[in-house]
Ligand binder design. Sequence first.
Ligand code: SAH
Ligand code: AVI
Length: 323
Amino acid sequence: MSVLEKHLDEQDLARSLRDDVRVGLTATPKSLPPKWFYDARGSELFEEITRLPEYYPTRTERSILREHAGAIARITEAKTLVELGSGSSEKTRLLLDAMLSRGTLGSFVPLDVSESALSSAVDALGLAYPGLSVTGVVGDFIRHLRRLPDGDGRVVAFLGGTIGNLVPAERSAFLGDLRSVLHPGEWLLLGADLVKDPGTLIPAYDDAAGVTAEFNRNVLRVINRELRADFDPLAFEHVALWDAEREWIEMRLRSLRDQRVHIAELDLDVAFAEGEELRTETSAKFRRAGLAEELAASGFALRHWWSDPQDWFGVALAQAITT
Ligand code: SAH
Ligand code: AVI
């Protein structure tokens, strides 16, 4: 059985997009939150990114899950698997298979802000797992954690390295909120991309085929459509840079000329100087010790850690503890 619950309607989404765009484009330097990449086209582009030769995180995390899904099922004895920022939930099938064959799992609750990605995933999972209750939640993992089903024996998966798309202050608030909705003993399964050679990192965010550049520019197309703006996406160049001090990749859009953009829904004109950059995403890369500390500071104990032979990607299994 599969159903879709909506905690974000069109009006709610439009209001928060308007607020984010007004705040982000009138700030210095200009920035936008990465969640606005993911309309139907953005979600498709992300799936295309996951298949690029340069983009190692998805296939590396998949290999780790393939090897350790049995142990994850055995250790957690999950009754309910919740997945935040679930997208296609494609790798999650490894967990569902292992948890179902262990005989403990009754329901799967994927949550995503992208209704199109979520509804295709929920339909496909309903067909593939007829005995499993699948409830898709259209929502924001920053604002809607309290709306997740209560219960015991829950495992919350946050895969793909999406935790890295939150800046440190957002990350600690998110982990604290997540901890407060879990009961002691429940689990967080967290995928985290690890610090590595910039020669590997940068091409993963600046691929030869230009798919990541299109994904990056997609946020301008979303604003054009939703807020009646007149961005010319091709007047912005895709930039991916490695910030060695903060250990994150930053994606930006660099204006190729002096230009003014009109955003009709906001009655706002925004000037870009030639060379001016708009920050669209940070993608933090982690070290095991640092992540264990961040988890501990929010009331999670790191119980298990799995990585690939090159140490490119880590999967942490952490348990909510009494603080
Ligand atoms: N977990 C999948 C998808 C990662 S892409 C994987 O590992 O491949 C990031 C996903 O998070 C997208 O599907 C996007 O729509 C979703 N997302 C981004 N910000 C979000 C937010 N604030 N709340 C809910 N979902 C969000
Ligand atoms: C979803 N998230 C973990 C991706 C990342 O690697 O930070 C989004 C992405 N941005 C560019 N390519 C992929």
